[in-house]
Design a protein around this ligand. Structure first.
Ligand SMILES: [Ca+2]
Ligand SMILES: [Ca+2]
Length: 165
């Protein structure tokens, strides 16, 4: 189906390549030896806010932070779903799914334990997301190993239509 919006992803990587200064006293090299694959990522912060108006229409700004003990968020994907019923849950359907592109960071295995992602959604029309309407959004983050985070849910009221649109 043709989506009436576009998505842009940007990322700020925090805490990359910092060996956790835990008690184990290795000499020499650091993090990788402690990095055991297989932990699920966890979303630590998730918000959807009204963004700005660009030429194509008003935008929503999705901000999401996540952490993963095994540091494999150097490649990850954020999937979003939305619905209009604020009940703390959103079905994983196809018609209510927004799938921004995969994000790949310049960090080696185990080098990306914490990420913050900003995704801008441009509302190009009212066929998918109505203007000036309260929606519930759910995010699920998938790490490099394909492990999914537990879902995070938030709400946002979409912007009003631009003049003349
Ligand atoms: Ca992981
Ligand atoms: Ca819901």
């Amino acid at each position: 189906m043709a989506w009436r919006f576009i998505s842009l992803a940007a990322v700020v990587l925090a805490g990359a390549c910092q060996a956790a200064p835990e008690s184990k006293e290795d000499t020499g090299s650091s993090a990788p030896a402690e990095c055991t694959p297989g932990s699920r990522p966890r979303i630590t912060d998730f918000s959807v806010e009204r963004g700005v108006a660009v030429a194509e229409g008003p935008t929503l700004l999705v901000e999401l932070s996540a952490t993963d003990a095994d540091g494999d968020l150097w490649t990850y994907q954020v999937d979003l779903w939305f619905d209009g019923v604020v009940d703390g849950a959103v079905d994983r359907g196809e018609d209510n799914h927004i799938a921004p592109a995969l994000v790949t960071l310049d960090a080696g295995p185990c080098g990306a334990p914490d990420i913050t992602s900003e995704i801008e959604i441009v509302l190009l029309g009212d066929e998918v997301l109505d203007y000036d309407t309260l929606y519930e959004f759910m995010a699920v983050l998938t790490d490099d190993a394909g492990l999914e985070s537990p879902p995070a849910v938030t709400t946002v009221r979409t912007p009003v239509a631009l003049e003349g649109s």
